[in-house]
Design a protein around this ligand. Structure first.
Ligand code: COA
Length: 556
């Protein structure tokens, strides 16, 4: 059946729903809309059997919902109403939360409930909950609702007693406000309720700033509100009963940037409390790159905010990777972050740079150095484990490994062009066809469509999708038998032979030269499309609304 998605933005949740519903055989037409008129036009153009609004910030007009059954995805439990469902759940310390699929009516979030799903809360930011728990709940509930509709049934009537939620107003800064004398737990909840948007305002170093990326610190203490230390690009602030780290800050009317960059000299004056990736602290603290060993495995975690890999992050990760290479292990497991795997070069850092073209260039060279080190590792097996979504160069980074596994439900965007026609580098012209063949690689990079894990595994982009619980453990169990002496030696010999053969047919350097020639003209050429697209992306300026039949059909 043809389903029209009405979205304010085709974000990770709507992309996941798209790939799941397509896997069920439905045709999905996605319309990014900013007004009732645009919704009407999109519905008339698509004339769908059903409308689903996975993430829509405006009400669907009666002219639409009276003619087409329109299902709204609301990130709250049944009965919950209002635009700040997850914000309140975090602030209230809810142990469980949920998501509801309800039919559009004149009154917002008050139509008949078609399906709902619940999940236990995790102590993470609102956007991390949204991308993992809410998204999985949305898949469960929307698939059920669509099946009910497809079967010709009406929504099951939910008993009033099961509608535990209530109407809540929009969450304002006053609701998130905290005092540094309060407990770390309370402050973390206030910050996480506003992370990633709109951010929670706090006094930091005498300035009113939006704060992001909060992590508990278990050892440092000080006068509440005082800046205690810096680590890499994060700062540590004392609370009433401990301290917390903040990775990012944003000035009013500014963009989200590393905390030390925003504070400048005030951060540089702080004592630096380095914590190398291989050191394992015995208390809660902030460590975005972690290296741990488990038997014959070296596990490298890199948890960068939004999966954005700045020049600095790439260099730090490369240093940690080189350390991992020197250890007497047989396999390196690249674990990415819990929230994102990687989204490629850091567009915010580039936008904030004095010379964005130069910084783009530095950043892509740093990414390439990392990818090259992984792709040319000859004395260990390297395995990528995608716990979270990946986009653009972040997908290519994963493909540099010998083996690629992903958590079931991860969404991949293996293309660059959306960023103003960016050509992309990271050796994608070698790494992607090597896995899926030239034709499919071309299709993936041209179609700009999201790819779900089921399809990614079918076309060979990844080696397998695994259930999310204890994902890393599962991967270790799969790979462990291959690390016995003889099998391991044979696997290494095969990998080295293959690399030598590939190098003879076309050297890695040539792939880089060709890609970088294109990137050079993207960054420094007369065509400013990349710079304009990046500006719009970073400053969240709405692109022209689009209504596109999304054709994510397989070619393999
Ligand atoms: N650099 C900086 N920030 C990035 C980023 C990047 N490369 N990729 C994503 N982000 C940020 C977004 O700005 C957003 O920040 P916010 O939560 O503070 O608003 C957050 O990550 C989540 O991104 P969003 O676009 O909302 O996620 P999504 O899951 O809906 O979309 C992508 C995923 C990958 C399609 C989309 O983020 C994207 O196009 N990213 C850019 C990828 C790219 O072109 N990289 C450069 C070439 S290698």
């Amino acid at each position: 059946m043809r389903i029209l998605f009405l979205c304010t933005r085709h974000n990770s949740l709507s992309q996941r729903l798209q790939v799941e519903l397509e896997d069920c055989g439905h045709e999905i037409v996605v319309a990014e809309v900013a007004s009732g008129e645009q919704m009407e036009a999109a519905a008339l153009a698509a004339d769908p059997a059903l409308i689903v609004a996975p993430m829509l910030k405006r009400a669907i007009p009666p002219s639409v919902w009276k003619r087409w059954t329109s299902l709204i995805v609301h990130p709250g439990i049944p009965g919950d109403r209002g635009p700040s469902a997850l914000d309140w759940a975090i602030l209230d310390g809810a142990a469980e939360w949920g998501l509801t699929v309800l039919e559009a009516r004149a009154e917002l979030d008050a139509g008949p409930v078609w399906a709902s799903a619940e999940f236990p809360m995790r102590a993470v930011s609102k956007s991390a909950l949204y991308r993992r728990e809410s998204t999985q709940a949305a898949v469960d509930a929307v698939l059920r609702a669509v099946a009910t509709f497809d079967g010709g049934a009406r929504p099951p009537r939910l008993p009033v007693g099961e509608q535990r939620g209530r109407e809540r107003p929009a969450c304002r800064q006053a609701d998130r406000r905290f005092d540094w004398r309060e407990s770390s737990a309370r402050i973390l909840a206030c910050i996480r309720s506003g992370d990633s948007a709109p951010g929670t305002l706090a006094r930091v170093a005498g300035e009113s700033l939006h704060v992001f990326g909060a992590h508990e610190e278990g050892r440092l203490r000080g006068e509440p509100g005082a800046l205690l230390a810096r680590r890499d690009e994060a700062i540590c602030v004392a609370t009433g009963d401990g301290a917390i780290w903040l990775s990012h800050l944003r000035r009013k009317d500014g963009i989200k940037l590393p905390a030390t960059q925003v504070l400048g000299e005030r951060a540089q004056a702080l004592p630096e409390l380095a914590l190398p990736a291989q050191e394992q602290p015995d208390h809660a603290t902030y460590q975005d790159i972690r290296y741990r060993e488990r038997g014959r495995f070296g596990l490298l975690h890199f948890d960068f905010l939004n999966g954005a890999m700045s020049t600095t992050n790439c260099a730090r990760l490369l240093a940690a990777y080189r350390h991992a290479c020197e250890r007497p292990t047989r396999a390196i497991v690249l674990c990415g972050g819990g929230d994102f795997w990687s989204n490629g070069i850091d567009l915010n850092a580039i936008e904030a740079a004095a010379d964005p073209a130069e910084e783009s260039w530095r950043n892509i060279l740093a990414m390439n150095a990392l990818v090259r080190a992984i792709a040319t590792t000859s004395d260990k097996l390297v395995i990528s484990v995608l716990q979270g979504n990946a986009g653009a160069g972040g997908v290519t980074l994963a493909l540099a490994a010998d083996r690629v596994y992903a958590r079931d439900g991860v969404v991949l965007n293996p293309h660059y062009k959306r960023m103003g026609g960016l050509y992309g580098s990271e050796f994608w012209t070698y790494l992607m066809p090597r896995r899926v063949g030239e034709a499919t690689a071309r299709h993936l990079t041209d179609s700009l469509a999201p790819v779900g894990t089921a399809r990614a595994a079918r076309i060979g982009l990844i080696d397998g999708a695994l259930d999310g619980d204890a994902l890393i453990e599962r991967v270790l169990r799969i790979v462990e038998p291959e690390l016995g002496f003889w099998r391991y030696r044979a696997a290494l010999a095969l990998k080295v032979r293959q690399r030598e053969q590939d190098e003879r047919s076309k050297p890695l350097d040539r792939y880089a030269e060709e890609e970088l020639a294109e990137m050079h003209s993207n960054f420094f050429g007369a065509d400013r499309s990349y710079h304009e697209a990046r500006r719009r992306f970073v400053w969240k300026l709405c692109a022209e609304p689009v209504c596109a039949a999304v054709t994510a059909r397989e070619t393999a």
